[in-house]
Design a protein around this ligand. Structure first.
Ligand SMILES: Cc1cc2nc3c(=O)[nH]c(=O)nc-3n(C[C@H](O)[C@H](O)[C@H](O)COP(=O)(O)OP(=O)(O)OC[C@H]3O[C@@H](n4cnc5c(N)ncnc54)[C@H](O)[C@@H]3O)c2cc1C
Length: 377
């Protein structure tokens, strides 16, 4: 009898785990991979789409391309999770799992910030990026505000990248002198784990006349006045408001009882939740690393090691290391790299590598190699 593994969510975490299990345990497990969407897109491709560098259909990887031994993909909406019984209900049926892995990511909640849906744009969702692709060319004069609205958000470098790429976009369209760019964030610096990366980003912003407002919490927008209010009483004018909305676990996770204080707690060495044989990886957890695809992928690798050791002939797994390399686009065709280590020492570290054209190529390879590995093309 094969072990029934049900993976909820086919993002960075779910795709990597399904791939590893197919490579190493295809005879021992039957994997059901469930996602509500028909395709995957890398987080960073939203920036490509919004700035018109790639078309939406170019960045989508169809789940129908997944052809892996022992893995079956189902496009279904997960509507309930019972972690005690390891039973999942979708809009199409019911699944009982021997091992259940929750990799459902973080949802965006633009409605949590009054005025945002009427007066601003989100650039963290596929629809938001698609919409901005049409909107940005008509922004020719006025104040652009990019704002991170919550304390927890995916990919800490992405808002800074958006500011640099907006600068390039407006410059190319000949309207940079008629516009301003401000980046507001809840964080004290662009990438707190790496003072060197933060200093380089701040220098890059100063060179490009981009204002950086740290520890600035936007609480609401007034679309009729085109102003945003901050928690400390300040207000800011905007003509174009680009938001990183408040993040939260998907409603189905909230209703399942898996989350505590908003996110799923896990054993940071193995990613098992407090429910036996239920694991969680990626943005949906409160693991002590940032929300980013590279971390979700590494966590999935650890769960794969754990399952290979349990079900196959694997060695005892090494605990999760919390190391990864994150790319930061500086515009002008250059990318920097931060090599981070969250769990290997007494405090997290982030070694910064100067922006270069070579890292742009490395970032492209990062995407294309995963695409090939997960989707075969
Ligand atoms: C603009 C931007 C730039 C980024 N750049 C980078 C980068 O350069 N490097 C990097 O490492 N990370 C980057 N990220 C972050 C990265 O995309 C996420 O952190 C990563 O995708 C998290 O992986 P995950 O597997 O936890 O969740 P996800 O990849 O979000 O996958 C979760 C999946 O669950 C599915 N799902 C959710 N609810 C349900 C449901 N009820 N039923 C069925 N399916 C459901 C979703 O459809 C989704 O496919 C970026 C993100 C953004 C927005």
């Amino acid at each position: 009898m094969t072990t029934r593994v049900v993976i909820l969510g086919a993002g960075f975490g779910g795709l990597e785990l399904a791939t590893r299990l197919s490579e190493e345990l295809a005879d021992e497990v039957s994997v059901t991979l469930i996602d509500k969407n028909e395709s995957f897109a890398f987080g960073f491709s939203k920036l490509d789409v919004m700035f018109g560098r790639r078309r939406p259909e170019e960045v989508r990887c169809a789940y129908s391309d997944i052809a892996k031994n022992g893995v079956e993909f189902r496009q279904e909406l997960v509507t309930s999770i019972d972690p005690t019984a390891r039973r999942v209900v979708t809009d199409h049926g019911t699944y009982d799992a021997d091992i259940l892995v929750v990799a459902l990511g973080a949802d965006l909640d633009p409605g949590a910030t009054p005025g945002l849906e009427e007066g601003g744009y989100d650039f963290y969702s596929r629809d938001g990026a698609d919409r901005l692709r049409d909107v940005l060319p008509s922004f020719t004069v006025g104040d652009a505000v990019i704002a991170v609205l919550g304390p927890v958000f995916k990919c800490p470098p992405a808002p800074s990248e958006a500011a640099f790429l907006l600068h390039d976009f407006l410059t190319e369209h000949g309207v940079r002198n008629a516009t301003t760019i401000k980046l507001l964030t809840t964080l004290p610096s662009p990438i707190p784990v790496s003072p060197d990366a933060s200093a380089r980003i701040l220098a890059g912003m100063a060179e490009r006349d981009i204002e950086f407002w740290p520890e600035s919490v936007v609480t609401s927008l007034d679309p009729s006045q085109k102003t945003a209010s901050l928690a400390d009483g300040r207000t800011i004018n905007y003509d174009l408001f680009l938001a990183v909305p408040i993040h939260r676990v998907p409603a189905v996770v909230e209703q399942s009882g898996l989350a505590v204080d908003g996110w799923i707690p896990v054993d940071p060495a193995t990613f098992e939740t407090r429910f036996p044989d239920v694991y969680a990886v990626g943005d949906v957890t409160s693991a002590p690393v940032p929300r980013a695809g590279v971390f979700a992928e590494g966590q999935a690798g650890t769960v794969a090691d754990v399952l290979v050791a349990r079900l196959g002939a694997g060695a005892n797994p090494k605990p999760y290391q919390g190391t990864a390399s994150c790319y930061v686009e500086f515009g002008g065709g250059k990318v920097g790299r931060v090599d981070v280590d969250f769990l290997g020492g007494p405090a997290p570290t982030g070694r910064f590598n100067e922006p270069s054209v070579e890292f742009m190529g490395e970032k492209a390879l990062f995407g294309s190699s995963r695409r090939k590995r997960w989707f075969g093309r």
